[in-house]
Design a protein around this ligand. Structure first.
Ligand SMILES: Nc1ncnc2c1ncn2[C@@H]1O[C@H](COP(=O)(O)OP(=O)(O)OP(=O)(O)O)[C@@H](O)[C@H]1O
Ligand SMILES: [Mg+2]
Length: 263
């Protein structure tokens, strides 16, 4: 079962980030040889890594590298061609329902039912997730959506729509979160808020985020996994990654790793 309600809103305001709080242990996300072919094209090849409670893993890679495809396989949205993955010990294929119950997933683009109001949509997800109205209020507050809660989702700006996606991912307070570009389309203030929220939640959760923002990796990630053309080319701390280039800059390392792979 997911842990009980948290006080992340308060923790977020204080900008708390005190590491793993002694809880970094069990791998809540595990991938073993995850592979996906689209016809003859291999989009994800033999990907294996895990994410433990207390970790925020940044999943980096150029456009088309295979980040979203990997995440869709974790979320049970796409069937792997081979390999396996589990969420909190539940195999995503053999025990898919339990795996999806355990997971909070923010898909790319965050699709939602446009004609529903923010609140109605979250209440709908809450019924599916079997959580009560408190969870909806908490998710609205965590994602700063209170002011638009009665507005149809299709009339929201891009950043607000993204936050609705974030709210549904957090609704059941899952211990495992997979978020595909969670700060994509957010203004600088909202990026700051969402990063603070992720930091505040981190000690109690295993979090995998994809991002193109290297400063985000430095700001919130305890580990960085780089994928290029479907293959993992680095898995280490952001500091270790940065140290791989004489400049000590992540963008230089990223370019060297992913261009070398593409050559
Ligand atoms: N349903 C599909 N059918 C065919 N090819 C696909 C499908 N989904 C993804 N691909 C291909 O798989 C590769 C990986 O795509 P993916 O969306 O995982 O990349 P990504 O790393 O998330 O990129 P981005 O940074 O642009 O979001 C791409 O070449 C993409 O065109
Ligand atoms: Mg993607």
């Amino acid at each position: 079962m997911p842990p009980g309600p948290d006080n992340s809103a308060d923790a977020t305001k204080s900008g708390r980030n005190q590491g793993n709080g002694g809880t970094m242990d069990t791998a809540l996300i595990e991938m073993r040889g995850l592979t996906k072919y689209f016809g003859g094209f291999c989009a994800v090849r033999d990907v294996s890594f895990s994410v433990a409670r207390g970790e925020v893993v940044g999943f980096l890679g150029p456009n088309g590298a295979g980040k979203s495809t990997t995440m869709k396989m974790l979320a049970g949205f796409m069937t792997p061609s081979s390999g396996s993955a589990s969420i909190e010990g539940h195999d995503v294929l053999r025990d898919g329902l339990a795996a999806r119950r355990a997971l909070g997933y923010l898909p790319e683009g965050a699709p939602a039912y446009g004609e529903m109001s923010v609140e109605a949509f979250l209440e709908f997800v809450a019924r599916i997730r079997r959580v009560g109205p408190d969870a909806v209020r908490r998710a609205l507050a965590l994602t700063s959506l209170d002011s638009v809660r009665l507005q149809p989702i299709e009339t929201l700006s891009k950043g607000f729509k993204r936050r609705v996606g974030l709210a549904q991912a957090l609704l059941h307070d899952p211990a495992t979160l997979v978020m595909d570009e969670p700060t994509d389309g957010l203004d600088p203030n909202q990026k700051f808020e969402v990063r603070a929220l992720i930091r505040a939640m981190a000690p109690r959760k295993a979090i995998l985020i994809s991002t193109h923002l290297l400063e985000e990796v430095e700001a919130i990630c305890t580990r960085a996994v780089v994928i290029a053309r479907g293959v993992i080319v680095a898995d280490c701390t952001p500091a270790e990654l940065a140290a791989r280039h004489p400049s000590g800059r992540l963008d230089d390392v990223f370019r060297a790793l992913t261009e070398a792979e593409a050559a």
